[in-house]
Design a protein around this ligand. Structure first.
Ligand code: NAD
Length: 376
């Protein structure tokens, strides 16, 4: 198979695979074509790829001739006409928010695998792109907050006076939230955490965080690891508990998400007004509406004396390791659909292959997305 690595558009710094992962694919009988400069923003120069027998080719040639195209984000629609029927696309395409594009890909007879849809099972862990990137985002969110915060994180007792530890409130204890707890604790902060899944309480406590208990959350045990929408009664109880925590917090790291839906709004303007001037909010859910009132995606603003950062792509700010882990996810997935002689081996009986395949043979094959498109 010819596997093409495309240069990302829109200032994205990550690249789909690094030279070491390209080498593993070449060893398995594939040819790898790289668009010149694709790894540059992640500090992986063309020469590093060339040293691993990767060919540097033009974007046009890769789009027209590669069997598999690797691009972190969806390709510009204007390039669709260049692709041959049956081209395989692998990336993070957020199909639950992109119905029109999915229909166009199906019409063009592309085979698309969106790894953000891979089932959250034990076997899929090594291909779980949401986890590998969320882990970095949680870490970076705390470092960014510490940089913007006009005070220390750790407690200090010095001859010039004492410094109290920063109080960090974390909304959502999924992959990003748990890494944020660990990072904030390492920096010496006091950490409180809210999540609607009571199952995470133990993990929060084992990392040294205090879990904010709110009884009566909707059962999420059948949602494949994801959270579910909550009742109005629960939301009011949670807001009351959160209002107390927000008034004490110096930093909020917001990570709460609902798969394929708008993020829950957890912090109101009134709550924000209770925060001390100089406090910092990092909202990782900004691209789906945010957890915090007033947050703007891809912007940093000052509102009621609080610095609000809306950024759902913080992992891209650590592009080498983000690409390394993402590339390993991609490599593991490609080894599932390409055999060790470089031949395509699509097995739709495999729940991982089926679970993240969105379009194939001219149709939308993902049952949930096909149903949602029909309902629209
Ligand atoms: P996510 O990004 O979808 O959401 C982040 C967190 O926000 C979740 O913990 C969620 O419960 C929480 N949340 C949602 N609504 C909320 C609200 N109103 N108030 C407070 N918190 C709210 O989650 P994620 O990081 O992708 O992980 C979700 C779960 O899936 C975790 O338990 C994780 O361990 C599990 N997981 C399993 C696998 C696997 O087995 N392959 C891989 C990754 C994650």
């Amino acid at each position: 198979m010819i596997i093409g690595i495309l240069r990302e558009q829109n200032r994205e710094k990550r690249v789909s695979i690094l030279p070491e992962q390209a080498a593993a694919l070449i060893k398995n009988g594939n040819s790898i074509w790289l668009e010149s400069g694709a790894g540059e923003a992640a500090f992986a120069a063309d020469t590093l790829y060339q040293a691993n027998q990767v060919s540097i080719e033009t974007r046009e040639k890769i789009l027209q001739q590669a069997d598999v195209l690797l691009a972190y984000w969806a390709l510009p629609e204007s390039e669709l006409n260049l692709l041959k029927e049956g081209t395989i696309l692998v990336g993070i395409y957020q199909p639950l928010f992109q119905f029109n594009l999915m229909k166009k890909w199906a019409d063009k007879k592309l085979t698309t695998f969106s790894l953000d849809m891979i089932p959250r099972t034990t076997r899929a862990q090594s291909m779980d792109v949401l986890s590998s990137q969320a882990n970095i985002a949680g870490y970076k969110a705390v470092l960014l907050a510490a940089n913007l915060f006009p005070r220390y994180f750790p407690m200090f007792m010095t001859a010039a006076g004492s410094i109290a530890p920063a109080k960090v409130l974390i909304l959502g204890a999924g992959v990003a939230g748990l890494q944020a707890i660990a990072t904030a604790k390492r920096l010496g902060a006091v950490v409180e955490v809210s999540d609607t899944r009571p199952a995470v309480k133990e993990e929060v406590m084992s990392l040294g965080g205090k879990f904010i208990e709110v009884a009566g959350a909707a059962d999420a045990s059948k949602a494949g690891g994801y959270a579910v929408e909550q009742s109005e009664e629960f939301k009011q109880k949670q807001q009351a508990r959160l209002a107390e925590a927000v008034a004490k917090a110096d930093i909020i790291i917001a990570t709460a998400q609902l798969q394929g839906k708008k993020a829950p709004l957890l912090i109101t303007e009134a709550m924000l007004q209770q925060m001390k001037p100089g406090s910092v909010v990092i909202d990782l859910a900004a691209s789906t509406g945010g957890n915090v009132f007033g947050v703007k995606n891809n912007e940093t603003i000052l509102l009621h004396g609080v610095t609000l950062v809306g950024n759902s792509q913080l992992a891209a700010e650590m592009p080498w390791d983000a690409s390394k882990l993402y590339g390993k996810n991609i490599l593991n997935f490609l080894q599932l659909i390409i055999d060790n002689k470089g031949n395509l081996n699509l097995n739709f009986e495999d729940d991982l292959v089926k679970g993240c395949c969105i379009t194939h043979n001219g149709a939308i094959t993902h049952e949930r997305i096909a149903e949602l498109i029909d309902l629209k």
